[in-house]
Design a protein around this ligand. Structure first.
Ligand SMILES: Nc1ncnc2c1ncn2[C@@H]1O[C@H](COP(=O)(O)OP(=O)(O)O)[C@@H](O)[C@H]1O
Ligand SMILES: [Mg+2]
Length: 315
């Protein structure tokens, strides 16, 4: 299926009428799908850039010590959405369980991140293109050796990820890292390279303490490298209004320090699981769902589209 967003969706981001947005398309590619006009990523990019929006370069790390807190679901679905919105995206799967990788129907692949650490492969040979504007560096059980290989390697932590990614970094606007639920040497190295650390947190005691622990370790990083410029974002996920404690957790900001709580809450929605079972994103399996609405806002926030077109009123 062709990757696209509707003219209506783009209009609502621009806060313009569909007619007005239609005029911006000029002779760029678009097509009719069902009874709606659809715009492929390069057309969306053309429109946003013509309105003055600059696609940022961001390394976004999905990081949380609780398993099942939505890291892979949000990494994968926001990567998909951000690429639909015209950004060139690389998703890097660093979890040996490879849930993000298994969200795609990939051809046979050989190389994963650990092969880049050992020098067995070049990054360009490990990346697999998956859909327009979206590539993946896949993962497999081989990455179980990652920590061992990192111990054996002499390296400067400050530049370790940068060295691995530098030859391909300019091919992308956004690089999204999906991590396993650990605080270890690899998550430390990745967080040095990250410009944005996104911590999915569920409204339960265990997840909230995990997030506080993650935040403490990031504070340690900031002491070690005071010039690191990074934003730390907490995104509440698996929110269910019927659960009594949910609201209590998400309104209690104590212990969250300087982290910014994102202005979107990802609601509990079976669409995530259903989409995953079909190896599709939540944007492909249904036209309307809570999952789709929430990840759309998350993607726009991460890309900076909402700040640009809504808050500062640049339309
Ligand atoms: N907001 C949500 N609502 C309902 N189910 C979700 C939500 N986010 C994730 N899930 C489901 O929860 C399970 C764990 O999510 P996953 O993204 O793999 O977590 P993690 O990567 O943090 O371990 C998956 O089956 C996924 O489909
Ligand atoms: Mg995961």
């Amino acid at each position: 299926m062709e990757k696209s967003v509707t003219l209506r969706e783009v209009s609502s981001i621009l806060q313009m009428t569909p007619q007005g947005t239609g005029k911006l398309i000029k002779n760029q590619e678009s097509y009719i799908k069902g009874n709606a006009r659809s715009l492929p990523p390069q057309t969306v990019r053309g429109i946003f850039e013509a309105r003055g929006f600059k696609y940022p370069q961001k390394n976004i790390m999905f990081h949380a010590v609780k398993g099942g807190s939505s890291k892979s679901s949000l990494a994968y679905n926001s990567a998909y959405r951000i690429s639909q919105l015209g950004a060139r995206v690389l998703i890097v799967d660093l979890d040996k369980q490879a849930n993000a990788t298994r969200s795609f129907e990939l051809p046979v692949f050989e190389n994963v991140f650990v092969d880049l650490i050992t020098g067995k492969a070049e990054i360009a040979d490990a990346i697999v293109p998956v859909s327009p504007f979206l590539d993946i560096l896949p993962s497999s059980f081989k990455n179980a050796r990652m920590e061992l290989e990192l111990i054996n390697k002499q390296h400067n932590p400050r530049h370790f990820y940068q060295r691995i990614f530098q030859s391909v970094r300019n091919n992308y606007d956004i690089v999204i890292f999906d991590l396993p639920p650990d605080l270890n040497h690899n998550s430390y190295l990745c967080s040095i390279y990250a410009t944005t650390i996104c911590i999915p947190t569920n409204p339960d005691e265990y997840s909230v303490s995990g997030t506080k622990m993650t935040l403490e370790s990031l504070e340690g990083l900031k002491e070690q490298y005071p010039d690191l410029e990074q934003e730390i974002l907490i995104v509440w996920s698996k929110y269910d209004a019927r659960e009594r404690n949910s609201f209590h957790y998400i309104t209690d900001a104590s212990g969250m320090g300087t982290a910014k709580v994102m202005p979107v809450v990802i609601r509990s929605d079976a669409t995530f699981k259903n989409a995953q079972a079909e190896r599709k994103s939540v944007f492909e399996i249904s036209k309307k769902s809570n999952a789709r609405e929430d990840v759309d806002i998350l993607a726009q926030e991460l890309l900076g589209l909402r700040d640009f077109f809504t808050i500062t009123g640049n339309t």
